[in-house]
Design a protein around this ligand. Structure first.
Ligand code: CA
Length: 226
């Protein structure tokens, strides 16, 4: 899942980016409201984390502008302690949730997971396709009750595929949600990581779950028996 962090305090932005990356997210950072709008407008983020106090365009105005432009990302506002006005204004501007600074990183992660569950049929913290299970809290995968060790990027790629079972995902769509701007334009990065993932989740098992759809992309689907 890909996140845009809009925060002018470089230290906090770097801390959030690093922490999210350690938890398998792909992260881009913008340092003012106008820049934030450009990034959010140009890339399909799953989440946008917006500080309220921003140069050029504050977080609430930015949130309003994004929603007016039809942006569908889950938006989480970072607000100052005890500022009820900001929290109310943020939610009314179209934010999905808020977090009061300073916050515990574990709470940020839990809120992102909760937002991801909204509007999806999935209300648990696990994804399951066939005999493959992904634990969204522990970041672990299991197939036929065997644990599978995944790197952060392998996990992020598998999560993307498992959130869209039976659907063909193009390489571009996959890359845009799994890698940040610095990486995703590397032309064959998706193919390389699908190969890594297949070695772990498909090769040891009879039924293959990751399918290549020629000329279109990849699909994760329960193998047909027979
Ligand atoms: Ca700020």
């Amino acid at each position: 899942m890909r996140v845009l962090v809009v925060e002018d305090e470089h230290k906090i932005a770097a801390f959030v980016k690093r922490g999210l990356e350690e938890n398998t997210y792909a992260v881009d950072v913008a340092y003012d409201g106008e820049d934030g709008y450009e990034w959010a407008h140009n890339f399909p983020y799953d989440f946008i984390i917006l500080d309220v106090m921003l140069p050029k365009l504050d977080g609430i105005a930015l949130c309003q502008r994004l929603r007016a432009a039809g942006n569908q990302a889950h938006i989480l506002m970072l607000t100052a302690k005890d500022d009820v006005e900001d929290r109310v204004a943020g939610l009314d501007a179209g934010a999905d949730d808020y977090l009061v600074k300073p916050f515990a990183f574990r709470e940020l992660l839990a809120r992102l997971r909760a937002l991801a569950r909204r509007g999806s049929e999935q209300r648990t913290t696990q994804l399951t396709v066939g005999d493959l299970t992904l634990d969204l809290v522990a970041h672990t995968a299991q197939r036929q009750n065997l644990s599978i060790d995944l790197t952060a990027k392998e996990y992020a790629l598998l999560e993307m595929l498992m959130r869209h079972p039976n659907q063909i995902l193009s390489r571009t769509v996959i890359a845009e949600h799994v890698w940040d701007y610095d990486f995703y334009s590397q032309s064959n990065i998706v193919d390389v990581y699908v190969r890594y993932l297949r070695k772990k989740i498909d090769e040891p098992f009879d039924e293959k779950l990751i399918q290549t759809v020629r000329g279109m992309g990849y699909r994760l689907a329960e193998a047909k028996r027979g």
